[in-house]
Design a binder for this molecule. Structure first.
Ligand code: NAD
Ligand code: UD1
Length: 337
C-alpha cells in the first residue's frame, strides 16, 4: 500500500516508517521539519534498505498535500504532524490550534479532493483528562486541561463527525500513552530541543552527565512510592500498533478510538532504577514540588487493541531503557540526528 505519513520525520513517525517499509509498504514522508531533521530520511533508507520519498511541506498547505497524495497514489494517511508541548500550548494556544486543528482540516480537505478515506490519527491519553478510574478504557469520559489536549479532543470529535457523514471514511484515533525508547540501530530516536520536558530523555541526559540531577516532581502522590505512575510504551511497539490499525481499517469502516499502552504503570523512581541498572550509570535526583497539571497515575486498559487490532506491546522497561541509552550515546558521538 502507498501510505503518506504527515510528521513522518518526527519521533514516532520515523519509527512507524521503519515498520511499514519492513512490512512491504511504500512510504511517503511529509513534514515541515519544524521539530525534526531531514537527515532522518537518509537514516530511514539505511535502516530499511529502501529509499523513502520525502516532501518538505506544511499540513496547512492543502494544495501541496493534494498534489502529493495524487502524485504518489496514496491509499492511506497516518497523521502524526502537530505541536505537542503542553506548557508551550498554554502560552501559544493560537499556534497550537492552527497547527493541529487547522492542519487536520486541510489534510481532510486534501483527502476528500482525491477520495482517500483511510486515516490513522495520533491522539493521546491526554484526552481522558483527570482519570476518574484506572485503568483507563476507551469509554472513560474525555476532557481537556490545556490547549494541546483540547486540540486533540477537537480533532477526535471532528473526525467522528466526518466518519458519520460518509461511510467511505475509515478512521482510527490511536490514544498513545507514554512513548519512550528508540530503534535498535540508534540512528533514530527522540531528540528534544533544549531542556527535555519529558522524563525519559531527561533521565538519559543525567545518566550521560549532561545534566546534574533529575528533579522528581513530587513524592507525595497516592502511589506505591509516592511518585507519579505512567504507562511507558516502547516506540517500536507503538509503531507496530499503526500497522495493526491499518490492517483493522481494511475491514472496518467508521470511527474507532483505541488505546496504545502496555496496561502497566511504572513510577518515576522505578524508571530511575531501571535506567541505572541498564546503563550502569548513576542517576542522581532530588525531590521537588509537584508539577502543576500532573496527575498521580495514568495507565491504559489495553484490551481493545488486543481484541480489535490483534496488537499488544511486547517490549519491557529494560528494552525501553537500553535503546534510549544507546541512542543517547550515539547522539553524543554525533552520528545520528
Ligand atoms: P515530533 O515533534 O517528533 O513529530 C511531529 C512532526 O510533525 C515533526 O517532525 C514536525 O516537524 C512535524 N510538524 C509539526 N507541525 C507540522 C506542520 N504544520 N506541517 C508539517 N509537519 C509538521 O512528535 P512525536 O512525538 O513524533 O509525536 C507525533 C504525534 O503523536 C503528535 O501529533 C503528538 O501530539 C502525538 N503524541 C505524541 C506523544 C509523545 O509522547 N511523543 C504522546 C501522545 C501523542
Ligand atoms: C506529558 C504531557 C502529556 C503528553 C505526554 C507525552 C504534561 C502535563 N503532560 O505527560 O500531555 O501526552 O507528556 O509523553 O506535560 N517527571 C519528573 N521529572 C521530570 C519529568 C517528568 O518527575 O523531569 C515525572 C512527571 O511528574 C510524571 C512522569 O515523570 O509523573 C512522566 O512525565 P512526562 O514524561 O512529562 O509525561 P506525562 O506527564 O505523563
Amino acid at each position: 500500500m502507498n501510505i503518506l505519513l504527515t510528521g513522518g520525520t518526527g519521533y514516532i513517525g520515523s519509527h512507524t516508517a521503519v515498520v511499514l517499509a519492513q512490512a512491504g509498504h511504500d512510504v511517503v514522508l511529509y513534514d515541515n521539519l519544524s521539530n525534526s531533521d531531514r537527515r532522518v530520511v537518509n537514516h530511514l533508507a539505511h535502516i530499511t534498505g529502501r529509499p523513502m520519498t520525502f516532501v518538505e511541506g506544511d499540513i496547512r498547505d492543502a494544495e501541496l498535500l493534494t498534489r502529493t497524495l495524487r502524485a504518489a497514489g496514496i491509499e492511506a494517511v497516518i497523521h502524526f504532524a502537530g505541536l505537542k508541548a503542553v506548557g508551550e500550548s498554554v502560552d501559544k494556544p493560537v499556534e497550537y490550534y492552527a497547527n493541529n486543528v487547522q492542519g487536520t482540516i486541510s489534510l481532510l480537505q486534501a483527502m476528500q479532493a482525491v477520495s482517500i478515506g483511510t486515516l490513522v490519527f495520533s491522539s493521546s491519553a491526554t484526552v481522558y483528562g483527570e482519570p476518574q478510574y484506572l485503568p483507563l478504557d476507551e469509554k472513560h469520559p474525555t476532557s481537556a486541561t490545556n490547549p494541546y489536549g483540547r486540540s486533540k479532543l477537537h480533532i477526535e470529535e471532528m473526525l467522528l463527525d466526518v466518519a458519520k457523514s460518509d461511510q467511505r471514511w475509515r478512521i482510527a484515533c490511536l490514544r498513545y500513552f507514554n512513548p519512550v525508547g528508540a530503534h535498535d540501530s540508534a540512528l533514530i530516536g527522540e531528540s528534544p530541543r533544549g531542556i527535555p520536558n519529558n522524563l525519559m530523555p531527561y533521565i538519559a541526559q543525567v545518566a550521560a552527565g549532561q545534566r546534574q540531577a533529575l528533579q522528581v516532581f513530587g513524592d507525595d502522590y497516592p502511589t506505591p512510592d509516592g511518585t507519579g505512575v505512567r504507562d511507558y510504551i516502547h516506540v517500536m511497539d507503538l509503531a507496530r500498533g499503526h500497522l495493526a490499525a491499518l490492517g483493522f481499517l481494511a475491514h472496518h469502516a467508521g470511527w474507532h478510538a483505541v488505546n496504545l499502552g502496555t496496561g502497566h504503570g511504572s513510577s518515576v523512581l522505578e524508571m530511575v532504577r531501571a535506567f541505572e541498572h541498564v546503563s550502569g550509570q548513576s542517576v542522581p535526583y532530588k525531590i521537588t514540588p509537584r508539577r502543576p497539571g500532573d496527575v498521580a497515575a495514568c495507565y491504559a486498559k489495553a484490551d481493545k487493541a488486543a481484541r480489535e487490532l490483534g496488537w499488544s506491546a511486547q517490549l519491557g522497561l529494560e528494552d525501553m531503557c537500553r535503546s534510549t541509552w544507546k541512542f543517547q550515546r550515539q547522539s553524543e558521538s554525533g552520528s545520528s540526528r
